[in-house]
Design a protein around this ligand. Structure first.
Ligand code: ADP
Length: 767
C-alpha cells in the first residue's frame, strides 16, 4: 500500500495511451489498473488517447481487475491511441477538463512520447484556469469542481524509438529491437547463401538508437544514424571496409540505415542511394529491406513486460504521493533502477537534443540523448568499421589475452568472445582461446597433437554475434583441480592477461587464481571476469549475460503453455524454472503468474492450501470468461517434498474437478537459442569495458600487477553504474558481497519483484 501523503489523494485514476503505440503499453495499463485498485482507487480507461478525453461518453469507462487479464503478453495498446490535434488547442483541453470532472477523475497516467507528455504537463499547468473558465461559463458548477482543484499527472515513456533523454529505455524499444534482430538474423542466412549485400532500413524517426543497437547486435558492416552523419566521401570509406571484410572471407554484407539517416548538411541518405553505391562500385548483388511496421508489432519481450509493469506500479505510487506543488513526474529507468524525474525537464532535454541536431551540433544531440550513446557508437566503429593503424597499441604494450569460458553455457558467451577478439585484433593484442575451460587447458598441456590453446582470427568469431552457448567450450572444472599444471600452462603460453566469462564457478576460479599468485608467478597477470549465467547469481553484479535470453525463452514457454489451456478452459500450470531464484521470479513477473515458489519462499501445507483456495475463488468468479490458464512458477530447487508434479497433483486433487492442473518442465529449452539483443549489446559493451581495463595493465611488471587490487576484477551493473570491482581486499566483492554457501551475491536487488508478482495477481490481498 502507498502511504497517504497528499491532502488531495486521488480516488479515480485515468489511464491513456497516446502517440505511437509500442509493445509493453498493455503491461503498463495492467499494472496501473491493478495497483490503483489495490490502493483503494478506481481505475478508468480512456480510449484513443486525448481524443477519448475530449469526446467523453463511452470513450471513458471504469476498468476492472479482470478486464486486464492476459494484457501483459499482448502487443500494441488495447485502449487505442490516435493523434489528436484538438488537444493541442485550448478549446480541446477545456472540453477534456470538463469530462474529467464529470467522470470524477482526479489523476492521469499517460503513456506516450514527448508530444503526449508535453500535452499532459500543459494540461496540468492550465488546470486551475480551465476549471475556473468552466465554472464562469456555466459548463460546470462550483460544487462539481470543488473536489477537483488540482490534477495529478504522471508520465510513462512509451515509444519504440528510445528517443528520450534521461532514461536508458522507453517502454517498447527493446521489443522493437528484438523484432529487428530477428529479421536481420533471418536475412543473414540468405545473404550468406548468395554472398549478397543487404541494406536494412530500421525505424526510429530522428533517433538512431534502434539502428545503432541493431548494428552492434548483428555485427553489421556499416551503419548510418542521424546523430553521427558520415564524413564527406563516406562512399569510399564504406566500400573499403566492406571490401576488407569480404577479403577476410565474410560472405554476407549488412548495412543498417536509420530512417532519419542524414549527412552533415542534414540531407537525407536513402537506402536506395546506399544500395546504388554497393551495386555500382563493388558490383555487389544488393537488396533493400525496409522493416517498417513489423518493428512495432508482436508480443513484448521480457524486458518490456518487466519495465512496463514496474513502471506502472511506480506511476500509481507517484500519483498517490504527489502534492499540488510537486512537478509532474515521469517514470524512467537508469541501468537497472526504476526512478522518477521531472516530466518537464525530461521533455525539455529531449527537445533540446532534437534542436541540436537541427543546428548540426550532432555531438551535443548524442550526449543529451544518452551519455552512453557516443561510447557505444565509437566502440562499434572501432571494432567493426575501422582498420586504422592509429588504433594499434605500441608494440611493447601488446598483450597475449587468453579467453576462457567457465561453468554452464550461457547465451552471450559467444558474442562477448567475439567482441574481445575484435578488440584485441584492432589494438594489436593476440587473442587466444582456451578450449573447454581449465580441464581443457590442462588436458593438452604437454606436446599433445591437439592443442586446446589457439590464437584466434577475425573470421572464426564472425558468426558468434548471435549464437547461443559456447563455441570454444565451457567447463565447470576449477584451477584448484590441478593448480600446478594450470600454472605451467599459463607460463608456457605466455599469457599476459586472462579474460574469464562464466557464472559462479568462474567467480571461484578467478578468486583461486588471485589467491594462488603468491605461489605461482604465472598468475601475476591481470584477471577479469565477465559474468555469464542464466542464474544471474554472480557476486558484484545485478546482471549476468545469458539471463535475459533465458528469461525470454521461459516467458515464451509460459505464454504458449497458458494459451494451450484455451480449448479446455480452467487449468493451472505449474512451470518448473531452472536458473536459481532469479529466473523463476523474473519470469513470474513477466508472464503474469499467480505466484512464484523459490527456496526463499518455501512452500508449506498452509500456503499451498491458501493458493488452492485462491484459485478456486478465481475460477468461480471468472465463470470461464477467460479461457487462458493460470500459472505458478516454481524454481527447481524450491523443495524436495513439493516437486513440480507433486504440487500439480495436489492442486488437481483438491480442485475436485472444478479445474485441472499440470506440471510442466521446459528443462534445457530454457537455455534459449539465439542470444537476445539485450545480451548481445551488453556482451559487447561489457567486453569492451573489460578490455579497456585489462589494457591499463599493459607493460606493468608482475609485482605491480600483484600489488594492485584492481588486477583481479569482476565487471557488473550495479544500480545505475557499470563498475569494475576488485575481488580481493577488505572491500572486495569476495568479502562484501559473496554468499559462498548458497553460491550467490549477498544482495539481490531483484528480490523485491516477488512482492510485485503477488500484488498484481491479487494473491497478496487474498492471503
Ligand atoms: P508522441 O507522444 O509519440 O510524441 P505526438 O507528438 O503525435 O506523439 O503527440 C501525441 C498527441 O499528444 C498529439 O496528437 C496531441 O494530442 C498531444 N500533444 C502533442 N504535443 C502537444 C502540445 N504541445 N500541446 C498539447 N498537446 C500535445
Amino acid at each position: 500500500m502507498v502511504e497517504e501523503t497528499s491532502q488531495c489523494r486521488p480516488r479515480r485514476i485515468g489511464i491513456l495511451t497516446s502517440g505511437g503505440d509500442a509493445p509493453g503499453m498493455n503491461g503498463a495499463i495492467r499494472a496501473v489498473v491493478r495497483t490503483a485498485i489495490s490502493n483503494g482507487c478506481e481505475a478508468y480507461a480512456i480510449h484513443e488517447g486525448y481524443e477519448g478525453l475530449i469526446q467523453g461518453g463511452a470513450m471513458m469507462h471504469p476498468i476492472h481487475w479482470e478486464d486486464v487479464r492476459g494484457w501483459l503478453s499482448r502487443g500494441g495498446t488495447l485502449i487505442g491511441s490516435v493523434r489528436c490535434d484538438r488537444f493541442r488547442e485550448r478549446e480541446g483541453r477545456l472540453q477534456a477538463a470538463r469530462n474529467m470532472v464529470l467522470f470524477g477523475i482526479d489523476a492521469l497516467v499517460i503513456c506516450g512520447g514527448d508530444g503526449s507528455l508535453t500535452g499532459a504537463d500543459l494540461f496540468r499547468s492550465e488546470w486551475p484556469h480551465l476549471i475556473e473558465e468552466l465554472v464562469s461559463t456555466g459548463a460546470l458548477t462550483e460544487e462539481q469542481v470543488a473536489p477537483h482543484q488540482t490534477l495529478n499527472v504522471v508520465g510513462l515513456l512509451g515509444s519504440i524509438d528510445n528517443d528520450f533523454s534521461g532514461t536508458d529505455a522507453t517502454i517498447g524499444c527493446y521489443s522493437a529491437l528484438s523484432r529487428i534482430c530477428e529479421a536481420i538474423d533471418a536475412v543473414f542466412d540468405t545473404a550468406s547463401s548468395h554472398r549478397r549485400g543487404f541494406v536494412v532500413e530500421v525505424m526510429g524517426r530522428h533517433c538512431g538508437w534502434l539502428a545503432l543497437m541493431a548494428a552492434i547486435a548483428t555485427g553489421a558492416d556499416w551503419l548510418f544514424i542521424p546523430e553521427r552523419p558520415p564524413r564527406d566521401g563516406w562512399e569510399d570509406d564504406m566500400c573499403s571496409i566492406i571490401t576488407k571484410n569480404r577479403d577476410r572471407g565474410k560472405r554476407r554484407t549488412i548495412v543498417i540505415l536509420a530512417e532519419g539517416a542524414q549527412d552533415s548538411n542534414l540531407n537525407h541518405i536513402s537506402s536506395s542511394a546506399v544500395k546504388d553505391v554497393l551495386s555500382k562500385r563493388l558490383a555487389l548483388d544488393t537488396r533493400i529491406t525496409v522493416l517498417g511496421h513489423i518493428q512495432r508489432g508482436g508480443a513484448p519481450c521480457a524486458y518490456d513486460r518487466w519495465l512496463s509493469t514496474l513502471q506502472g506500479i511506480q506511476a500509481v505510487k507517484s500519483v498517490l504521493s504527489m502534492t499540488p506543488e510537486t512537478p509532474s513526474p515521469v517514470v524512467i529507468i537508469q541501468e537497472n533502477r526504476i526512478k522518477t524525474s521531472s516530466l518537464a525537464e525530461t521533455v525539455a532535454l529531449t527537445k533540446e537534443a532534437n534542436a541540436s541536431m537541427h543546428n548540426k551540433d550532432f555531438e551535443k544531440a548524442a550526449i543529451l540523448r544518452d551519455p552512453e550513446f557516443l561510447e557505444y557508437h565509437s566502440a562499434y566503429r572501432h571494432l567493426n568499421t575501422t582498420d586504422h593503424p592509429k588504433l594499434l597499441m605500441p608494440t611493447d604494450k601488446r598483450m597475449r589475452v587468453a579467453i576462457i569460458h567457465v561453468g554452464a553455457p550461457a547465451a552471450g558467451m559467444n558474442p562477448a568472445t567475439r567482441a574481445v577478439v575484435a578488440y584485441c585484433l584492432t589494438r594489436g593484442h593476440t587473442p587466444i582461446a582456451i578450449h573447454n575451460g581449465f580441464p581443457g587447458l590442462c588436458r593438452h598441456h604437454a606436446d599433445a597433437p591437439v592443442s586446446s590453446v589457439r590464437e584466434m582470427h577475425w573470421l572464426e568469431s564472425g558468426d558468434w554475434v548471435n549464437d547461443g552457448g559456447s563455441d570454444i567450450g565451457t567447463n565447470s572444472g576449477l584451477p584448484s583441480d590441478d593448480m600446478e599444471t594450470t600454472a605451467q600452462c599459463f607460463e608456457r603460453h605466455k599469457f599476459d592477461a586472462l579474460f574469464v566469462i562464466g557464472g559462479f564457478e568462474a567467480f571461484i576460479a578467478v578468486s583461486q587464481l588471485r589467491q594462488a599468485r603468491e605461489q605461482y608467478p604465472s598468475f601475476r597477470i591481470p584477471l577479469v571476469l565477465l559474468p555469464a549465467s542464466m542464474s544471474n547469481n554472480v557476486p558484484g553484479t545485478e546482471y549476468c549475460l545469458g539471463s535475459d535470453t533465458s528469461l525470454n525463452t521461459l516467458v515464451y514457454f509460459c505464454d504458449v503453455v497458458r494459451q494451450s489451456a484455451s480449448s479446455s478452459g480452467h487449468c493451472v500450470f505449474v512451470v518448473e524454472a531452472q536458473g536459481a531464484e532469479y529466473q523463476a521470479t523474473a519470469a513470474a513477473l513477466a508472464a503474469g503468474a499467480m505466484t512464484v515458489y523459490t527456496p526463499d519462499r518455501p512452500i508449506t501445507l498452509r500456503s499451498l492450501s491458501g493458493d488452492i483456495e485462491y484459485l478456486r475463488q478465481q475460477f468461480l468468479q471468472d465463470h470461464g470468461a477467460n479461457r487462458a490458464g493460470k500459472l505458478i512458477i516454481r524454481n527447481d530447487q524450491t523443495s524436495t517434498i513439493y516437486s513440480t508434479s507433486e504440487i500439480a497433483s495436489i492442486i488437481k486433487h483438491e480442485a475436485n474437478n472444478r479445474f485441472d492442473a499440470h506440471g510442466v518442465v521446459p528443462g534445457h529449452f530454457q537455455q534459449g537459442g539465439k542470444v537476445s539483443p539485450i545480451d548481445r549489446i551488453r556482451a559487447f559493451r561489457l567486453a569492451v569495458k573489460c578490455m579497456e581495463h585489462l589494457e591499463t595493465f599493459a607493460g606493468r611488471s608482475a609485482e605491480e600487477v600483484m600489488a594492485d587490487e584492481r588486477s583481479s576484477t569482476v565487471i557488473g551493473i550495479r544500480q545505475s553504474h557499470i563498475l569494475l570491482l576488485p575481488l580481493g581486499g577488505a572491500t572486495g566483492v569476495e568479502a562484501t558481497d559473496t554468499d559462498w554457501k548458497r553460491q550467490r551475491p549477498k544482495t539481490q536487488a531483484w528480490l523485491e519483484i516477488q512482492e510485485a508478482v503477488d500484488s498484481l495477481s491479487g494473491r497478496s490481498t487474498h492471503s
